[in-house]
Design a protein around this ligand. Structure first.
Ligand code: AHR
Length: 667
């Protein structure tokens, strides 16, 4: 789906948000007025769901390939056109000569029908002929690091090797690490070596080369290179990105999408059964939703292990018969195979090992069932333009899942009438912080008798490749609204989660976490997520405020619209107070959304004392357009300080353009 029209439609479907505005449309803030915030600890407004803060993920912006999934070789299974495998080149050094081509005659197996054939016609002495791969925008090299290299190979009679496999600088001048493989035969066999660097300087301008120094013919497939992974998992995840995620303390991970779940057609949806087992048996598929190849190295089990490694629960998105470009499968017998597939997928996740798919999970290396509470039926089914068809599809899934797994909660991707879903997934994308700030009360009037809400995708899309501080101020205001309504909003997740920042990698221009081959960073919005998740509390306290100034904001004229919408009054300050019952800490979250300081008097009643010393965590920077990047990864980060002078009545000044969490200790 074209991301621009897609996001616009999401906004329209979301109903009350207006699309596209620029921050410079904002009127200057008025002079600071005194604000009084009264917190009544004795009056619990509602409870906070422990699942409130989580993650949403899909294969977009090279999130796994060239991202979290730590494989360093790009196109390890030789997809490509006719003879030419994408991202592979021929190395012919010092007069060595040869050729390479895709060969469908000598496949490794039925899942991977084309191998890469290397014919070395002339190689002697210092000459070499081989194949080279540039990685995903470079192969990262770090000092004294061991990487696992492996490949499948077979040779024509008369050639047994050796082959030299090396990580080297792109110009071939510097060998960073290398090893030899010999004993090739005329049968396919997997070869594995460890490549260990010395005291080298970290760099990403490297390639992987497998080369021969004597004539012969060799076929290759599944050429792989893994750096050390998180928890040392084979086929595992990149460590720096996992660290960023674990630091967020996410309660759940919604996967596998997003549009990636759906694909353009049935053939290109996320077909979980094809993502299980030995990676050499996974065919991979074209991720046509986001226009690049997926090896499916990040398969269903890897998603589940990823959850396990974050101590997060999976929120399992199951395919619901609706692709991005196809005709939705109607409810009834035609849909039943997909319902059955979803039941089997759930069985893979939580079934005993005496069930068919639980046994398959055990065979894949994980006998213990995973914890699963939520299953989501499809993705953004409001795009199904035939009225009512999602209703029928949803109910068929809902009934089947509830019949077999009554404890599971079932999420609908848009409201339905035929039954009451446990949860409905709302998506909101906006291009102006003021949109979220003027709609921060979105859930204040939601029907409490209806389904719970999962804000499954949202973002203020200002800044690229990752959002700036201004965007974070929009997100934080919206999160305050969600937290205040935590009785109905039980889960939330920013989207998209990841982007590789290299040119050509990104399909969606504003993403939470950015990285290249070597380094990674969190955006200001990332730090907002982290601040909120770390300071959640288990109850929302009754809190009111007086004296919050507003500013006038002119929403832009919608595309195709003739008249400008009426200006809106947008609050300049947002607040919510929660409390952690076991330890008595109040978390007062405050957003100062304007360029001037604002002074707040906080009055706390319903407790004997508020300790004079507490903690302030403040995210701010000199300008709302300030941001983080590969070169300045920590320009905008929260600063934690001890504060004094607190009590049941105290005053604090909020710096301009800031998000603050005040931790108050009560007794
Ligand atoms: O987050 C990017 C995309 O936005 C998701 O794939 C889709 O669900 C939404 O339209």
């Amino acid at each position: 789906m074209n991301q621009r029209s897609c996001s616009l439609l999401v906004l329209l479907a979301a109903g009350s948000l207006l699309p596209v505005a620029r921050a410079e449309n904002s009127a200057p803030a008025p002079a600071a007025a005194p604000v009084v915030i009264q917190i009544d600890v004795g009056k619990i407004a509602t409870h906070v769901s422990p699942m409130l803060y989580g993650l949403m993920t899909e294969e977009i912006n090279y999130s796994y390939e060239g991202g979290l999934y730590a494989e360093l070789v790009r196109n390890r299974t030789f997809q490509g056109k006719e003879n030419a495998p994408d991202f592979w080149s021929l190395v012919q050094d010092e007069g060595g000569a040869g050729s390479m081509a895709l060969d469908p005659i000598q496949p490794l197996n039925a899942a991977l029908p084309s191998a890469l054939k290397l014919e070395v016609t002339a190689a002697a002495a210092k000459q070499r002929v081989g194949i080279a791969n540039p990685g995903f925008w470079g192969i990262p090299v770090r000092p004294e690091t061991s990487c696992r290299a492996s490949f499948y190979a077979k040779a024509a009679p008369g050639f047994a090797g050796p082959l030299t496999i090396s990580i080297e600088s792109n110009d071939g001048a510097t060998v960073q690490a290398s090893a030899q493989v010999s004993g090739l035969t005329t049968d396919w066999k997997r070869y594995a070596v460890t490549l260990t660097t010395g005291k080298v300087t970290s760099s990403a301008t490297n390639r992987l080369v497998i080369a021969a120094q004597s004539p012969g013919t060799v076929w290759f497939n599944v050429v792989s290179l893994f750096p050390p992974t998180w928890n040392e998992r084979p086929n595992g995840n990149r460590r720096d990105l996992m660290q960023l995620l674990v630091d967020m303390k996410p309660a759940f991970l919604r996967f596998p999408g997003g549009n990636y779940l759906q694909g353009h057609t049935l053939a290109t949806r996320f077909d979980w059964k094809k993502t299980l087992g030995d990676v050499a048996q996974r065919p991979g598929h074209l991720n046509d939703a986001w226009r690049y190849w997926s090896t499916d190295g990040m398969g269903l089990l890897e998603f589940l292990l990823w959850c396990e490694d974050m101590n997060a629960q999976p929120v399992l998105g199951v395919f619901a018969g609706f692709t991005l470009r196809g005709v939705p499968t109607p409810a009834g017998p035609e849909l039943q195979p997909f319902v059955q597939e979803a039941l089997e997928e759930i069985e893979y996740v939580i079934g005993d090992t005496n069930t068919t798919w639980g046994a398959r999970r055990a065979q894949d290396g994980h006998p213990a069932p995973f914890k699963l509470t939520y299953v989501e039926i499809g993705n953004e089914d409001f795009f199904d333009s035939t009225p009512g068809t999602y209703d029928g599809r949803f109910v068929q899934f809902f009934d089947a899942i509830k019949a077999k797994y009554p404890a599971l909660k079932v999420i609908a991707t848009t409201p339905v009438k035929s039954c009451q879903p446990d949860v409905v997934d709302d998506h909101f994308y906006t291009r102006a912080a003021e949109v979220f700030q003027s709609d921060a009360g979105h859930y204040d009037t939601t029907d409490r008798q209806g389904p719970k809400i999962f804000v499954g995708e949202y973002a203020t899309r200002i800044g690229t490749p990752t959002p700036n501080l201004n965007a974070a101020l929009g997100d934080a205001a919206y999160l305050i609204g969600m937290e205040r309504n935590a009785d109905v909003v039980v889960m939330s997740a920013y989207a998209p989660l990841f982007t590789n920042v290299n040119q050509g990698a990104m399909q969606w221009p504003t993403d939470l976490i950015g990285y290249d081959a070597l380094t990674s960073y969190g955006s200001p919005s990332y730090y907002v997520q982290k601040m909120f998740a770390h300071n959640r509390g288990d109850v929302v306290l009754t809190t009111k405020a007086e004296g919050i100034a507003t500013r006038e904001w002119q929403p832009p004229t919608p595309r195709g619209g003739k008249e400008a919408p009426r200006p809106k009054q947008v609050p300049t300050l947002f607040y919510v107070a929660t409390r952690d019952t076991p330890n008595g800490t109040i978390y007062l979250k405050l957003v100062n959304a304007v360029d001037t300081p604002q002074t707040v008097r906080v009055e706390v009643k319903g407790v004997a004392t508020v300790a004079p010393e507490g903690v302030a965590i403040v995210l701010s920077s000199g300008s709302p357009t300030d941001t983080n990047s590969i070169t300045e990864p920590t320009k905008v980060v929260p600063v934690t300080t001890k504060v004094s002078g607190l009590g049941t009545s105290f005053t604090r000044t909020l710096v301009p353009n800031s998000v603050t969490v005040l931790q108050l200790q009560t007794r």
